[in-house]
Ligand binder design. Structure first.
Ligand SMILES: Cc1cc2nc3c(=O)[nH]c(=O)nc-3n(C[C@H](O)[C@H](O)[C@H](O)COP(=O)(O)OP(=O)(O)OC[C@H]3O[C@@H](n4cnc5c(N)ncnc54)[C@H](O)[C@@H]3O)c2cc1C
Length: 232
């Protein structure tokens, strides 16, 4: 399937846009992308032949809702492959495996939604905000400082367009001692949290803290959708 799909779509790098000193967005285009069954919130394994070893494939979420013309990933440089994305040649081939993942609006059960992102975990949340889905939206975006908030302007604009609420939660729990995702804090920020679908994406420790808070608040499991950015 991946071979067939790549032969059909002939993915290519259309643009590489730095978002901050350690975050870059890669725009990928191809043929017949309207036939690619991709949804906002999903992720793909991305290979860039000729730029890195062919066996290296890294998962990155779609950071923009697929529009039938192109795909976008946004990656933070943590190691060799993610750091090298900044130097991708425009026009070079891309090999895309996927999309995968159930972190999509297909699994909505309630009219209201709470989207929780930690750091670069904002990427699938950003793409879901762009979808034309109905319902009230609240976004909690956890970052060390506002300067670390990747794609913040886009997120602000999309939340505004949907008449939603964005809470930028800055700081470090280890220093402040105030856990932003404990049951009490979550309830203070989003009093009707139990009545919403909750999507969580971030580093494994943050995701675990959110899930524990939601359990304590007795948010039904069917309303909770999590994507962990850790690799098993
Ligand atoms: C489903 C999924 C979706 C993802 N989507 C995105 C995305 O949209 N944007 C994005 O920036 N990242 C995303 N990631 C994380 C991304 O895949 C990794 O950061 C990337 O593959 C690291 O590759 P590397 O070769 O550059 O680093 P490596 O050389 O593999 O690692 C370098 C260092 O970073 C650490 N590290 C590697 N991966 C992670 C990680 N996931 N979390 C914490 N530390 C790590 C390693 O332990 C090592 O110390 C996603 C991960 C998953 C599982």
């Amino acid at each position: 399937m991946p071979l067939w799909r790549n032969a059909r779509h002939r993915f290519r790098v259309a643009a590489v846009v730095p978002e901050s000193p350690d975050v870059v967005s890669v725009y990928v285009t191809g043929r017949h992308l309207d036939r690619l069954p991709a949804r906002a919130g999903q992720f793909c394994f991305w290979r860039f032949p000729g730029h890195q070893h062919w066996w290296l494939a890294n998962p990155f979420s779609l950071s923009a809702a697929p529009d039938g013309r192109g795909l976008r990933l946004t990656a933070k440089a943590v190691g060799g492959a993610s750091a090298a994305l900044r130097d991708l040649p425009v026009g070079g081939r891309a090999f895309v495996e996927g999309p995968y993942g159930a972190f999509t609006s297909l699994h909505r059960t309630r009219p209201g939604v709470l989207l929780i992102a930690g750091g670069v975990g904002i990427t699938p949340v950003r793409s879901m905000l762009e979808e034309r889905t109905s319902g009230d939206v609240v976004v909690l975006y956890r970052v060390r400082s506002e300067a670390d908030a990747v794609l913040l302007d886009e997120v602000r604009q999309l939340v505004d367009q949907r008449g939603g609420r964005l809470h930028l939660l800055t700081g470090r729990t280890a220093r402040s001692g105030v856990p932003p995702f404990a049951a009490g804090s979550l309830h203070r920020l989003v009093p009707d949290v139990t009545d919403r679908d909750v999507y969580v994406c971030g580093p494994p420790a943050m995701t675990a803290a959110v899930l524990a808070g939601l359990r304590e608040l007795r948010v039904p499991a069917r309303q909770v959708h999590a994507e962990r950015f850790g690799l098993a």
